[in-house]
Ligand binder design. Structure first.
Ligand code: ADP
Ligand code: TPW
Ligand code: MG
Length: 576
């Protein structure tokens, strides 16, 4: 029916366009210049035609990794990252990444081809039959299906707005196979496209909210600012720096906000985390949620001292989600921080010196305590020895983008490697997902042109390792370091049943991940000492050649569940 209706309105004597072209034109019109995906029915030609039309189309080996790439592209650029997949299985493979993007407030659009609606809805067994729209809906911020070529423009406009406006998130766009072949008159098609104006409108906080927040801050004796990845995303770097410096308040960066202000900044309290969380009396959250990563704003981590929270966030429903927020400031971070700065005026009393002095002393003490551990040159390496080499490299090359996942490999690298510039640290995000590494590394290289250093646990790498071929194929400046401790958390686990199977957490001993890069024409290096590692990484970053370094880590060096063993019921039982 639908197709017949469309055909009736087509004048075949005039220039025609089709669904394929309209999808591509809608993306180009809105500045979408990169697609991450995996080809196949019904979107193979869409990829080809998009490439022919000048869109960069990166083909992955698995949709999940393409999806993670799109998610991080969204975080880095404030434009929706686009992931393109085939129907049912490809769609499902991409869906984890879409849910991850939504959870992390990254703008992303998962565009999937789908099967014939008439057959799917009667469940008559079409090729890759699945009601994808229904399945996607609960896992993303918005989901749309386009049935008619003349609605493609509107479909993309809605998807783009939903992804980037308000709290950003993942959007699903369902494009049934039949849509691509639909034809319409070219001029009518062009007119049907929508250029989205002001996709993420500024949201100005109310003056009363700003005043309330400043009153709370002014009365503080031990104030703290926590910067989250929402603050990094907002790209309001100068205003945030001005607010922190004008207030004189110590700041604590969440993982992906590290470097928003340099970790070397005199007010950075990263190395005094437990002290500032426990002892502060007023906490201003900027683009950070009081979720599990901040112990929900209560309990032992936060100490006994009564606290007042100021929260700056674009999502009003985030307020009071875990504890009472004394001063909610709802709006986009750029506008909110500017309003706070304006409200502070010319004569703002900076944070009390006894507090800032105490924080600085604690921080210096902790930094001094850790320093010698990063200097060891043991072989096999422990985490600190290996990370000692990498932290120096990032210090010397602050534009390098650091991708990081694993358990010990994540937790210890987060503390060890100081960041100097905004949006240079990409990691597992709110869910702590393993497998985001290669997608993130690829998108970071593609979107920014900067070299990427991906520091990966051997297990984490296993979730996405085949994309090393993608990195080699596109010749991307990505250096992957696999922290190879022969397993998950540790490589020395034993089979609790005494049988000949390996422990559930153990991998092949002495595996040589570096050979994987060689298989695809990249550079592979086996590094057994921090000196080897330093040399190999520097060489990779200088040459910009795809490189995979197998960093041999002592299988007994790690801790169960890294630093979040307290969340692991088994380890609690075992300790009894
Ligand atoms: P982290 O894990 O670093 O603490 P979260 O992902 O928990 O960060 O929190 C990010 C917060 O930032 C979310 O609550 C989201 O609504 C908010 N956010 C994202 N972008 C903006 C923006 N442009 N303006 C205001 N708030 C934003
Ligand atoms: C998608 C559970 C958390 S951490 C981890 C797993 C499997 C691997 C840790 O080992 P790795 O690091 O990477 O070798 P290291 O240095 O401690 O040895 N599936 C998904 N996500 C998560 N988080 C898991 C499983 C997990
Ligand atoms: Mg490991």
């Amino acid at each position: 029916m639908a197709e017949a209706a469309v055909k009736e309105t087509v004048d075949e004597t005039q220039d025609l366009t089709d669904g394929f072209s309209l999808v591509i034109d809608a993306m180009k019109l809105n500045g979408i210049d990169t697609i991450y995906g995996v080809p196949g029915i019904p979107i193979t030609d869409l990829g080809r035609l998009a490439q022919a039309a000048g869109i960069r189309v990166l083909s992955f080996r698995h949709e999940q990794n393409a999806g993670y790439a799109a998610a991080i592209a969204g975080f880095l650029t404030k434009k929706p990252g686009v992931c393109l997949t085939v129907s049912a299985p490809g769609f499902l493979n991409g869906l984890t990444a879409l849910a991850h993007a939504t959870t992390n407030c990254f703008p992303m659009i998962l565009v999937s081809g789908s099967s014939e609606r008439e057959i799917v809805d009667l469940q008559q067994g079409d090729y890759e039959e699945m009601d994808q729209l229904a399945i996607a809906k609960p896992l993303c911020k918005a989901a749309y299906r386009v049935l008619h070529a003349q609605d493609i423009g509107i479909g993309f406009a809605r998807a783009i707005r939903a992804a980037v406006s308000g709290r950003p998130g993942g959007v699903y766009l369902d494009l049934p196979a039949k849509l691509f072949a639909q034809v319409m008159n070219a001029d009518a098609g062009a007119k049907s496209l929508v250029k989205v104006i002001d996709a993420a409108p500024a949201q100005i906080p109310s003056p009363a909210a700003v005043k309330r927040a400043l009153d709370v801050l002014k009365a503080a004796k031990r104030p703290l600012i926590i910067l989250g990845k929402g603050a990094a995303y907002a790209q309001a770097d100068d205003a945030i720096k001005a607010l922190v410096e004008k207030s004189g308040v110590p700041f604590l960066p969440m993982s992906m906000a590290k470097g928003l202000l340099s970790d070397m900044h005199p007010q950075c309290a990263g190395a005094a985390r437990s002290t500032v969380l426990k002892d502060s009396d007023v906490v201003m959250l900027i683009g950070a949620r009081l979720n599990w990563l901040l112990s929900h704003g209560k309990g032992k981590t936060w100490g006994d001292a009564p606290k007042k929270f100021i929260q700056v966030d674009i999502e009003p429903r985030e307020m009071d989600s875990n504890v009472e927020i004394a001063a909610p400031v709802v709006g986009d971070i750029g506008s909110c921080v500017q309003a706070l700065l304006d409200g502070m005026g010319g004569s703002w009393q900076t944070a009390p010196a006894d507090w800032t002095g105490a924080v600085k002393a604690k921080r210096d003490e902790n930094v001094a305590k850790m320093a010698p551990r990063f200097m060891n040159n043991k072989s096999p390496m422990d985490y600190h020895g290996a990370l000692g080499a990498l932290r120096t490299i990032i210090k010397e090359r602050p534009d390098t983008i650091l991708v990081n996942e694993g358990a010990n490999t994540l937790d210890l690298a987060r503390g060890a490697i100081d960041m100097y510039k905004p949006r240079k640290r990409l990691d597992v995000g709110t869910w702590g997902v393993m497998g985001v590494g290669m997608g993130s590394a690829i998108a970071a290289a593609v979107e920014t042109g900067h070299p990427v250093l991906a520091v990966e646990g051997d297990s984490a790498f296993g979730f996405c390792g085949m994309e090393i071929e993608t990195i080699c194929r596109y010749n991307l400046p990505v250096c992957v370091v696999v922290f190879n401790n022969d397993g998950i958390y540790r490589g020395d686990g034993v089979n609790a049943g005494g049988g000949s199977d390996p422990a559930t957490t153990a991998f092949v001993k002495g595996a040589r991940y570096d050979k994987m890069a060689e298989a695809f024409g990249g550079v592979g290096v086996n590094a057994t000492t921090p000196d080897d590692l330093r040399r190999a990484v520097n060489e990779a970053l200088d040459s910009r050649k795809p490189t995979l370094i197998n960093a041999v880590i002592d299988p007994a060096a790690g801790a169960e569940s890294g630093r979040i063993g307290n969340l692991n019921p088994q380890s609690k039982l075992r300790k009894k």
